[in-house]
Design a protein around this ligand. Sequence first.
Ligand SMILES: [Zn+2]
Length: 195
Amino acid sequence: MILPIVGYGDPVLRKVGQDIAADYPNLSDLIANMYETMYNAYGVGLAAPQIGLAIRLFIVDTEPFSESDDLKPEEKEQLKGFKKTFINAKILKEEGNEWGFNEGCLSIPDVREDVYRKERISIDYFDENFTKHTEVYDGLIARVIQHEYDHIEGILFTDKISTLKKTLIKKRLQNIMDGKIRADYKMKFFNKKGR
Ligand SMILES: [Zn+2]
């Protein structure tokens, strides 16, 4: 089932997500619905707050990035096979140089900005079978995980841009909040009543 994606301005996007237990109600259906919702919107990641749940759950599938021309063959291969569900994730360490990448977000349609993040992360998480993993990621995979991880901490990529750029997109963010925009997928807008 495709779920509406919560737009910028909804307070749920600002909540720190709660850990969930293995018996969280209908968890496998919820995860399946999140994948369907993400693929329908051509996203590479989706976090539970974006479908209205302040819990520590996000999904990543970097396959669309594997089409980029400026990647080495082994990088393409890696991105193609990377599909993972992260539950109760905790970033243990972020290391390396900060690098810029033009990020977007399904909750903030048609806004893209360069965001600077460290290149490598160590992360603890449980998969969809509640098996615990500790892993290290870098490059684009780390980037997508960092973006989604921010969502479960109540942080958006627009928080990480310069004051000038924030000013330039202010009107656009207000329009998203008010539902005065059109997206190619189903959305739920904070200030828009009756739909
Ligand atoms: Zn996002």
